[in-house]
Design a protein around this ligand. Structure first.
Ligand SMILES: Cc1ncc(COP(=O)(O)O)c(C=O)c1O
Ligand SMILES: [Zn+2]
Length: 459
């Protein structure tokens, strides 16, 4: 074992059954006033081009407020922008003059004033992956590497910086989330950085790195005895009752917009062109829809000439409700019970599953899934060929890319981008039994020379 477990009791999040929940939830008066202090009016010095929240199904419009569901048809709400007004305010030159972070696209993000959380998030490297390209016989392969996103090493810092900036605009003093791990890390870290109180809900059986990387910020971590879908259901109830800013529940329309910055950066880093193919890992299915939205917005604003991108979705076979629907030609999701090592993308009933399917089919892409063995192989290929250590979700994306190339869906000349969304140091359990042990020798040259001609033992 790489990870010592003797401090297990210190490292555990609170299990929900162990908690007197009322005590946590009623702690303090400021929380009770958070709902009352809500500021839903547009700020006077607003720099925002947001027109409204709009129902994706019936089109009904709502004011900018912590809402996520249409009260008429229960469709999800989405942020809509005044693109005409915006087009005079943004250009390639204006964007390029700004600091290298996601806020260089601020007109396309739903914040009324300057971002107050996560000012340095984003603008991660787009790495030319020549060795992997050679392995697979491709000419133009890139890795968009959010495994080094600041501050918590996943793309979730993008969505959280928008959601928490918005939470502060609305006057919340307490925020929360339902998470498969990376979101937990990011909410806890970013909330700590601005003094927001946070409650983070996770399945109790997450990887140690994800749990430690949340607890360290002194957030309140609640481990629920169940899977993500159980956690999410509980959080919806809590959000309804306590009027906190739950980033992926009542702040979800704003939060989700943060993922567009992943797509904007890819297009800018390819010298203002969209790639032919992008392979994106899917959990709730939001990121993939927002990458496509980002490319479409850039085209609408003349920042790229065309959007011909084919968008490919990746899941682990042990939790593949979206890829299964695409392969079956269905436009609806049949929920599943997750069973995979790719815990960060183990969502059996994806909130944006329907829209992920739509994105994939409309763009001319496809969806595939891979076994847990292939996930490990994917992690190793990216590390050995490109020197990038990704987590299980990245292993899924790499292995699915290989599969799509073998199926002839991604072709030799296609400019292809693999979305690497999280860091391997957080999911060490996935590979610890698959690597060779370091060799231990005494500090003697002769002993070193003896070892270099021997094979290293496996674990
Ligand atoms: C590392 C990683 N990649 C991808 C995703 C998928 O994001 P979405 O839920 O937007 O599909 C997640 C979600 O938690 C994640 O943690
Ligand atoms: Zn509606």
């Amino acid at each position: 074992m790489f990870l010592a477990d003797k401090n297990e009791t210190l490292l555990k999040p609170l299990l929900i059954e162990e908690v007197f929940f009322g005590e946590i939830l009623s702690g303090g008066s400021s929380m009770a006033t958070a709902g009352k202090r809500l500021n839903t009016a547009a700020s006077e010095e607003s720099m925002s081009f947001v027109k409204a929240l709009q129902c994706r199904e019936c089109g009904k419009q709502y004011p900018k407020a912590p809402l996520s569901v249409c009260e008429y048809c229960f469709g999800p709400l989405e942020v809509s922008y005044d693109y005409e007004a915006l087009s005079n305010k943004i250009s390639r030159e204006i964007i390029q003059r700004r600091s290298p972070n996601m806020w260089r696209y601020r007109e396309l993000l739903p914040i009324d004033t300057e971002a107050s959380v996560g000012k340095q998030v984003g603008f991660t490297p787009l790495v030319k992956a020549s060795n992997l390209a050679k392995r697979w016989g491709l000419k133009h392969l890139h890795v968009k590497n959010d495994s080094v996103c600041f501050p918590t090493l996943s793309f979730k810092d993008r969505v959280v910086s928008v959601a928490l900036s918005k939470a502060l605009e609305f006057g919340f003093d307490t925020v929360g989330c339902a998470s498969t791990g990376n979101l937990a890390n990011s909410v806890a870290s970013n909330a700590a950085s601005v003094g927001l109180r946070s409650y983070v809900f996770i399945p109790a059986n997450l990887e140690l790195g994800k749990i430690l990387g949340t607890l360290v910020y002194k957030t309140k971590v609640i481990g629920v005895d169940g899977n993500y879908d159980d956690v999410n259901r509980l959080c919806s109830e809590i959000a309804g009752k306590y009027h906190w800013g739950f980033v992926n529940i009542n702040l979800r329309p704003f939060y989700a917009e943060g993922s567009k910055s992943f797509g904007y950066e890819i297009a800018e880093q390819l010298d203002w062109q969209v790639p032919d193919c992008v392979v994106v890992p899917m959990a709730g299915g939001s990121l993939i829809t927002k990458v496509y939205k980002a490319f479409n917005e850039f085209k609408k604003l003349g920042l790229v000439d065309a959007n011909h991108s084919r968008i490919y979705g990746a899941q682990a076979t042990g939790c593949s409700p979206i890829t299964t629907a695409v392969k079956a030609g269905r436009d609806f999701i049949k929920p599943v019970k997750p069973h995979t090592i790719a815990k960060s993308i183990a969502i059996g009933n994806p909130a944006d599953g329907y829209y992920a399917i739509k994105t994939i089919t409309e763009s001319g892409g496809w969806a595939e899934d891979v076994s847990d063995e292939e996930v490990v192989e994917g992690i190793r290929m990216l590390a050995e060929d490109e020197g990038i250590f990704t987590e299980t979700a990245g292993g899924v994306t790499v292995a699915v890319t290989q599969k799509l190339i073998r199926q002839g869906k991604i072709k030799k000349d296609d400019v292809t981008v693999i979305a690497i969304t999280g860091n391997g140091l957080k999911t060490q359990e996935a590979i610890q039994d698959h690597l060779v042990k370091p060799q231990v020798i005494s500090a003697k040259l002769s002993e070193f020379e003896n070892t270099i001609f021997c094979d290293q033992p496996t674990l």
